[in-house]
Structure formats: C-alpha cells, structure tokens
Design a protein around this ligand. Sequence first.
Ligand code: NAP
Length: 360
Amino acid sequence: MKQLRLALLGFGTVGQWLAEALHTRQAWLQQEFGLVVTLISVATAHHGLIYRGDGLDIPTLLDLVATRQPLTAHPKVTHWTNVLEGLQSTGGDILAEATGATIRNGEPGLSYIRAALALGMHVVTSSKGPVALAGRDLLALARAQGFQLRMESTVMSGTPVLSTIREGMAGTRIRAIRGLLNGTVNSILSAMALGQSYTEALAQAQAQGYAEADPTDDVEGDDAVAKTLILAAVAFDRTLAPEHVVRRGITSLTRKQVQQADALGKRIKHVASLRLLSLDGTEVSRATADQDITHTRLEARVEPIALPLSDPLARIDGLLNAIVIQTDTPAEVTVIGPGAGRFQAGQGVLADLIAIAKSS
Ligand SMILES: NC(=O)c1ccc[n+]([C@@H]2O[C@H](COP(=O)([O-])OP(=O)(O)OC[C@H]3O[C@@H](n4cnc5c(N)ncnc54)[C@H](OP(=O)(O)O)[C@@H]3O)[C@@H](O)[C@H]2O)c1
C-alpha cells in the first residue's frame, strides 16, 4: 500500500473539491491504486495553516468552511499564521497547491512550490501564475531534486492535455501547438458567430456567469498567454516571458468582421499558437525537428484568426476548449474538452496526484 502525506494549500473551490474527492473515493483509491492519502495540513489566506500529524478529518474541515467557522476549530491541530513557515515546519510527501496565485508575479504559489521542492516534496498545482512564469525552472528544479511537479489543471482544467503531451506522446517531437484555451472568449466568439455584437455577447456571458465583471484577463488574452507559456515549458522545454507572446485580444472585433468571415466559409477563433521555426523564420521541417532543435526558435502568438471550417478548431463552440498538437509522429492529435469548472480543475489535481503516487 502506498501511503502519501498530503499538504493542501488553498481550500477554496479546487481545494475543497479535491479534499472531498479524496474522502469519498478513499476505498476506491485504495482498491484501484493501492493508495492511502492522509491530509496532514490545510492552509488558507485568512486562517493560516493547520497541521495534524495523524491526519485531518475532511468532513470536519468541509463542515467548518460551510458554517463559516475558522479551520483552527478542528480538534488537535497545530496552527501557523504564516503559511510558508507552517509548510516548512511540517512538510509532507506531496504538496497540492491551489491558491489563487496571480499571473503578475506567480505569488503566493511560486514561493510555496519552491519551498516544497526544497523540502523534498512532490508538487501538484492548479495555479497558472507560478508555472507560467517559471515553469521550466521549476520543472528542472523538481527533476534535479528527484521529485515531480505536475500541473494538469492549469491548461484546459482537468481535460488531459499536459499528460497527453508528457506521457501519451512521449518520444514524439512536437513541432507546433494551436489551441482555443479560454472558454469565456470562445463562448463570446460563438455568440458573435450567431449574430450578436461583442458588447451583447460579453453581457450575455456575464449574465450567465461565464465572464467576470472585469473580463480583461480573458478578452485581452492574458489568460491564454499564461497557458501558452505553460505549454512552451512543458511541450518545448523553453522559457518564454509574457512579452515574448504576440498578443491581440477580441475587444475590437466587430459583428461585421465575423459576418464577413462567415460569408467566406470561415470562423473567427481566438487561437493560441506555438511553432518551432528555424532561425531564418521558416517552418522547421520534419527532418530538422528530428535532428537538431538547438537552431530553432519558438514563435508564440495569441490572436483572433479566421479559420476555414476544415480546421478542427473552427467548429469548437461555447465553453469548450481544444488543442491541436502537431508532431513528427503521429502528424496531428486533437484534444477537446471543458476548460474550466471546479470538477474539472479538481479532477486534474487528483489525476496528477495519482500519477505521482503510481510512479514514485
Ligand atoms: N475554479 C476553477 O475552475 C479553476 C480551474 C483551473 C485552475 N484554477 C486555479 O486553481 C487555483 C485555485 O482556484 P479556486 O477556484 O479554488 O480559488 P478560490 O476558490 O479563490 O480559493 C483560493 C484558496 O486559496 C487561499 N489562498 C489565497 N491566498 C493564499 C495564501 N497566500 N496562502 C494560503 N492560501 C491562500 C484562499 O484562502 P481564503 O479562503 O482565506 O481567501 C482560498 O482558500 C487558482 O489559481 C485558479 O486559477 C481554478
């Protein structure tokens, strides 16, 4: 039986879903994967970190949150107001990081992930910020320490894209990736394709709860840029900064432009793309990709593009996300699935946790 002591930082939507899943699927995890997970610490911004060496009781934690009581009311816990100090004092085998880390500086997740790797813990994270800004460095640090860092939920939530690239497509040389990585933007563009203006489509998305009151991160492409940076690290082992990504949002798209594309048999989609190019800017041939990728650069773009209907991305509508991965063999793989939602994000973290348990 594999025993894992889990530290969970962030007990909001994703953290609570994960804890509940670990509790309700306890017997099945043991039976199917020979895995016993003991939740030894939980942290939030308001309550700091609580620790109990023989395991926290998950129903009690969920009940405390539901009744708006402090987590410190859990019996027999040790408490740290400073979460980082608490983590450093209590450790564990694996950190699940699910705080609301920002894309601006990756914090607080970045410090938590670095601390956990330094402590000799495996890490799974659902926070885009840390891995968008420092994904390659963190992956290298984890490798050097002999531990794993996984981040399935950060791109297309729990739809298995990163594990498809890392495990399912291991051994192939990826030459390009194109994707629709933001469900809010895709739902707005889908509504515009049906005749709405940008303003109408955004208002509808906000009314339905798909778009934030301030939708800037989505509609200006910041969110898709962050996911593009994560893909650059995972699929191409390259570090890109946000300013390396050519970025155009969808705010200036007009109904007329969408209709004109439609008349030409095309659909306007907000496409995130990564493409290996030779240093002279030409496409990397299959042979070059196979032999020598040192003399290549990675082009990264997030922009509205009119796609022909024959393109697999052209017909992905609403909140769905999709990604097309182009390799030497097989030529092209498309993954389609939801890109947001608490179940999906929590499932991505759970899948990462099980993957680590199976291979460590
Ligand atoms: N929800 C989704 O559909 C989804 C999908 C994919 C990825 N993600 C990512 O997953 C992460 C978590 O998302 P969520 O929806 O669970 O967010 P959330 O509901 O806002 O929960 C965030 C949790 O992190 C805690 N936290 C914030 N700052 C902290 C700090 N400095 N130290 C310790 N804990 C801290 C918060 O504490 P308080 O409760 O005290 O504020 C809260 O418990 C985010 O990075 C999000 O972008 C979410």
